[in-house]
Design a protein around this ligand. Structure first.
Ligand code: GLY
Length: 253
């Protein structure tokens, strides 16, 4: 179970966030409203939410998930692979320190963005992506093992982060899309195939029995509801325009 979450208010510079999408420029006022509803959804799942102030120096800083990995035993501050995001770690550290006695750090030349990390119990799958390199993944696995946790790497080539195409819903259920459907390491799970036209919804998030899903993806919503999960749709269209998903918008622990 999770009890807490950290989020960061979107900054006005959000409109300059890194993107590969061609969905247009985010509407800042709409993004603020959507972020507020996202916080409401986290609270509905029983989380106590710490809201950090907007940081206009970093357009992508609302995607707090990428800059730290919060485990039950320690927190690990990452070193984002996107050069414009690397200094986001400085401003998240004091907040992470408030909640954890043990805080580890990924050091250069290693890079890791925790959007590339999917937790399944005590095991952490780490995607090797354009943002997370082998050195960073090796450091992450060593740190996890130091705290009696385990990690393994997953290659990916089609999406930004591992969790862009995967969402673990607990109870062995794994949402998967595209290249992840055929990966040998995921065949042990009950794979829920997210249709390619709804690929964005693979990044749905289990929180204490409820699954948050992005609004507007009815086939994926039906797949999840058919398993008996309570669901909560959240409209995150303005964040989708800059390659951000539901999970990226919070640290949950
Ligand atoms: N815009 C989200 C990211 O690229 O990190």
């Amino acid at each position: 179970m999770f009890t807490k979450a950290i989020v960061r208010t979107p900054s006005q510079s959000l409109v300059k966030g890194i993107t590969t999408a061609s969905l247009g420029i985010p509407d800042y006022e709409k993004a603020l409203l959507q972020h507020s509803d996202y916080i409401s959804a986290l609270k509905e799942c029983g989380l106590e939410v710490t809201v950090l102030p907007a940081d206009d120096n970093f357009p992508d800083s609302t995607f707090v998930e990428d800059v730290a990995l919060m485990t039950p035993r320690c927190a690990i501050i990452t070193n984002p692979g996107a050069p414009t995001r690397q200094l986001e770690t400085i401003s998240i550290r004091p907040t992470v320190n408030q909640f954890y006695n043990t805080v580890e750090t990924i050091e250069p030349p290693g890079t890791v963005e925790a959007g590339d990390i999917m937790m399944v119990g005590d095991h952490y799958y780490i995607g090797l992506s354009e943002r997370t390199n082998q050195n960073g993944a090796d450091q992450m696995i060593n740190l996890l093992e130091k705290h009696q946790l385990t990690g393994s790497v997953v290659t990916l080539s089609e999406v930004l982060h591992l969790k862009t195409g995967l969402g673990y819903l607990e109870n062995n259920h794994l949402l998967a899309c595209g290249e992840f459907l055929s990966k040998p390491e995921f065949q042990q799970y009950h794979l829920l195939e997210v249709p390619i036209e709804e690929a964005y919804a693979a990044n749905s998030v289990w929180i204490n029995g409820t699954v948050l899903t992005p609004k507007g993806f009815p086939k994926t919503l039906a797949l999840i509801q058919a398993l008996g999960y309570k669901t909560r749709e959240v409209d995150v269209s303005e964040f989708q325009k800059i390659d951000g998903g539901l999970s990226c918008l919070s640290l949950r622990f």
